[in-house]
Design a protein around this ligand. Sequence first.
Ligand SMILES: O=C(O)CCC(=O)C(=O)O
Ligand SMILES: [Fe+2]
Length: 238
Amino acid sequence: MSTFSEQGFQVWNSEEVRDTALRAFAEVSSVKPGEQWVDQLYESADLQQHLPHAFELQQRAKQFASKLIGRSADVLQNQLVIRRDGFKGLGGSHIDGNRMINGHESWNAMPLFQLIVGVPLQSVPHENGGNLFLHPGKHHSVAEYIFRNWNRLFAMQKNEAFRDVFGSLPQNENEAHVCPLNLGDMIAFHHLMPHGALPITGMDVPIWYFRLGECSVKGKEAFATAFHPDNWPAQVTT
Ligand SMILES: O=C(O)CCC(=O)C(=O)O
Ligand SMILES: [Fe+2]
C-alpha cells in the first residue's frame, strides 16, 4: 500500500466537502473578473466574516491535515487560486516553501507549513486539460537535496536559497502525475512536493489552497522536522 509518507499526497472525497464546495463556488464568482490566474491571500478572520463556506472548507482541511500530521494543525495561509479559460499553465514545477519568505526577517523567524490542502470548487474534465500535477515521492529527493546542502543553503538569503532548491526540481511534465480533481475532493500534499498547473480551456476553476502545519516550529528546525519521513504516519483513513 502506498502511504502519505512515501507518495507525499493523498486525496479524500466526501459528500460534505462537495456540498460546501458548491456553495463556496458561488461565493467567489465575483473575485477579480478578467484575470486569467487569480492568486489571492485571505486572513482567516476575513474568511469567517465574508466567505463562510470557504471558512468551512478551511475547517475541514484543518481536520484532514491534523490527521495527517498527527497533531492539531495551524492554518498559516488561505489562498484562492482561480484559473480561467485560456490560462496557459504555470510553466515547470515549484515548491511552495518560499511563500512564507515575505515579512520574516530571518530563517529563524520563518514559520513553515507542513502541507498544502487543495479544494477544487469545480470538477475538471480531462478534455479541458488544466489541472494540478505532482511528482509523487519526489519530496524525498528535495529533502535530501536540502540536507546535503544544509550549511550552504541556510547561509544564504531565503529567496536565494529557494532559487537554488528550485534548480534541483524535476521539470519533465511527462513524468508528473496529473491529479484528476473532482468536486468533493481535498488533496493534501507535502510542502516539498514539486508541483504545477497545466493550461486550461473552456472553463474557470477556482481552487482554495490552505497551507497548514505546526507554526510554533520555525526556521531551520521546521525544515529539519517537518519533512522527515519518520515524522509522517501512514495513509490516514478519514
Ligand atoms: O494553479 C494552481 O492550482 C497551482 C497554484 C500553486 O501551485 C501555487 O499558487 O503555489
Ligand atoms: Fe504551488
